[in-house]
Write a protein that binds this ligand. Sequence first.
Ligand code: FMN
Length: 138
Amino acid sequence: MVTRLLYKSKAAFPPYSVVDVDILRQAAPQNSENSISGFLVRSGWDYLQILEGPEPHIRSLAARIREDERHFGFHEILQDETTERSFVDWSMGYLDLSGGKSWLTKTLPDLTCDSSDDIKQMTLIELKRTALEQERRL
Ligand SMILES: Cc1cc2nc3c(=O)[nH]c(=O)nc-3n(C[C@H](O)[C@H](O)[C@H](O)COP(=O)(O)O)c2cc1C
């Protein structure tokens, strides 16, 4: 089984900041080393990240990320166990959707742990769709 964590937070730096590049440079090799797959979306001041991997690694990474001063307001949307990874192809994918009009950018501001299961599942589906679309464009 694989642990899956979806959280959102507020960025401490504006969109298109070099800070996001620093985060990615740091995260990608560490995630690969720890069998973690993940995808980070930025939309305005909102971050949304999915992380998948062995439970102890996800737990310790989440604790580190929570304390990171490059963002604040870490809010867990869902954590569960799954048999299959959805983001196996990404150690740390990233996309800035700032200014866009997608379902994700519209939904993100109001997304919480109390959102319905349908909204949470739709968020995961849209995240995957966004990741695949970006890959096709590269
Ligand atoms: C929004 C956001 C997402 C992050 N995602 C990851 C990640 O997926 N993997 C990772 O290793 N670090 C990630 N980091 C960086 C961690 O918070 C931390 O700085 C990094 O893991 C290094 O920790 P260490 O210095 O204790 O080794 C993220 C930071 C932020 C602000």
